[in-house]
Design a protein around this ligand. Structure first.
Ligand code: AMP
Length: 304
């Protein structure tokens, strides 16, 4: 496994590997998994998928300052380079790109990539500028690594929607591959930020996956339920937890992230078999957790 800290280095290592593997059975396609490190099994699942689908597997670890707001957790974002490199090695990563902030942003930046609309709802509403930071750094990383395929977790479903739109709009020749959310056995979605949770917060945080699951079942089985009712039920369930402070609970079309009521509620989408996302962000103390479920709607027979 090669470790590259500069842009020049990572470019030359990848170019060499492409040359070496151009005639190998596994091929010379570059699969890319961008992360902020403190790797867990969610990240590992992306690396495994990349390993399966591409001949060359590239991981980047970069805590990107421009996607954090002024009062967010940039300074205390967890880091552990040694453990990350072990996990990368275990998952058969070929190249790890570990740039410094100075390497990525050496001078005052005059260019920002903005995906309008999709970026403005859900996390975009509570974290202004966040998705500009994400789209900008991912564009830079794409230009540096030049991947054929890039793997992202559905845990950050809005990020997937924003980046897919960016790639389409800007004709980037890169396939965005969304991968399923990896959860603990008890349902909590894996996140680098889970280490901040106290035992009690960790226990109460289970309300997130539990209420999403209950809501998904309701949507799948109850033809009469409305988006407003689902949002209200999830909100009420989370409010039962004294340590939870809701940032948002919302139901939107996926991947365009449009409000359902403007789309005729569930009924039209059931007929067209459209997809919806039920997404939430909830704070436990100063730790903000996100989770979601994406569903393809189907018609439900009415009870007689
Ligand atoms: P991060 O390091 O948090 O920026 O995440 C890097 C990538 O890992 C993103 O594509 C995330 O969506 C993905 N990821 C994070 N947590 C999970 C999870 N629990 N399951 C699947 N993918 C995840």
């Amino acid at each position: 496994m090669k470790i590259a800290k500069t842009i020049a280095e990572v470019r030359s290592v990848i170019a060499e590997l492409r040359k070496e593997r151009s005639s190998s059975a596994s091929g010379d396609k570059v699969g890319f998994v961008p992360t902020m490190g403190y790797l867990h099994e969610g990240h590992a699942s992306l690396l495994r998928r990349s390993r399966q689908e591409s001949g060359i597997s590239v991981l980047s670890i970069f805590v990107n300052p421009i996607q954090f707001g002024p009062n967010e957790d940039l300074d205390r974002y967890p880091r552990s380079e040694e453990a990350d490199l072990k996990l990368a090695e275990r998952e058969g990563v070929d190249v790890v790109f570990l740039p410094s902030v100075e390497e990525m942003y050496p001078e005052e930046r005059k260019t920002t990539v903005t995906v309008t609309g999709i970026s403005e709802r859900l996390c975009g509403a509570s974290r202004p500028g966040h998705f500009d930071g994400v789209a900008t750094v991912v564009s830079k990383l794409f230009n540096i690594v030049k991947p054929d395929q890039a793997f992202f977790g559905a845990k950050d479903a809005q990020q997937v929607a924003v980046l897919q739109k960016m790639v389409n709009d800007l004709n980037m020749d890169i396939e965005i591959i969304p991968c399923p959310i990896i959860r603990e056995e008890d349902g909590l979605a894996l996140s680098s930020r889970n280490v901040y949770l106290s035992e009690e917060q960790r226990r109460e945080a289970l309300v997130l996956s539990r209420s999403l699951r209950a809501a998904a079942l309701r949507i799948e089985s109850d033809a009469a339920v409305t988006p407003g009712q689902v949002i209200a039920e999830v909100t009420t369930a989370i409010q039962q937890s004294p340590l939870a402070e809701i940032d948002y609970v919302d139901l939107l079309t996926f991947p365009n992230l449009e409000p359902l009521d403007e789309q005729g509620g569930f009924s039209k989408l059931r007929v067209s078999e459209g997809s919806v996302i039920l997404a939430l962000a909830v704070k436990f103390g100063s730790t903000r957790l996100i989770d979601n479920t994406i569903m393809k709607l189907k018609e439900v027979p009415l009870h007689v």
